[in-house]
Design a protein around this ligand. Structure first.
Ligand SMILES: O=c1[nH]c(=O)n([C@H]2C[C@H](O)[C@@H](COP(=O)(O)O)O2)cc1CO
Length: 139
C-alpha cells in the first residue's frame, strides 16, 4: 500500500526530525511512501534542481498513485493544506497528526472527513499511524 506523507517544507522545517521518524516507521512497517522526500534533510538541494511546475506535477502524480494520506499539520503549510484538500477531492482517506501545542486550522479540525489526531510522543504518533492504516486496510 502507498501512503502519501505530507509535511511542511516552505512552511518551516522545525519538525524535520518528526517527519524522519514518521517516514521511517511507515517504510519499516512495509508501506511505500512515494513522497519520502518530505523527510529528506537534503531536500532543498534536490528540489532546487526542479521548476515549481515540475514539483507540482510530480507530487500530484504521487498523490494519484497513493491509497491514503498522512499529513503532519503542526507547522502551518499552504502546500500541506492544498494536498489534504486534493486528497479529499479524490475520496482518499486522510489523517492529520499534530502535537498538543500546535494551533491547527479549523479548516482541518472542522472537516469530518479528516481523521484528526493529537500525539504527544513518537510512540503515540506510531500508534495513531497503526490505527489509521489498519482502518484503511479493513474499511
Ligand atoms: O519543494 C517542494 N516540494 C514538495 O514536494 N512540496 C510539497 C510536499 C509537501 O507535503 C508540501 C509542503 O508545502 P509547503 O512548501 O507549502 O510547506 O508540498 C512543496 C515544496 C515547496 O513548496
Amino acid at each position: 500500500m502507498k501512503v502519501f506523507l505530507s509535511a511542511s517544507i516552505r512552511g518551516g522545517r522545525q519538525m524535520l526530525s518528526t517527519y524522519i521518524e514518521m517516514c521511517a516507521y511507515l517504510q519499516e512497517s512495509g508501506y511505500q511512501v512515494p513522497s519520502w522526500h518530505v523527510a529528506d534533510p537534503e531536500l532543498e538541494k534536490t528540489e532546487s534542481l526542479l521548476t515549481e511546475q515540475e514539483i507540482y506535477i510530480r507530487d500530484m502524480e504521487f498523490l494519484e498513485k497513493s491509497d491514503c494520506m498522512i499529513a503532519e499539520v503542526s507547522t502551518p503549510s499552504i502546500g500541506v493544506g492544498y494536498e489534504v484538500c486534493s486528497a479529499l477531492h479524490r475520496d482518499m482517506p486522510v489523517m492529520c497528526l499534530y502535537t498538543p501545542e500546535a494551533n491547527v486550522s479549523a479548516m482541518i479540525l472542522g472537516d469530518e472527513r479528516i481523521i484528526c489526531r493529537e500525539y504527544d510522543s513518537i510512540g503515540s504518533m506510531k500508534k495513531e499511524i497503526d490505527d489509521f492504516l489498519n482502518s484503511v486496510n479493513k474499511p
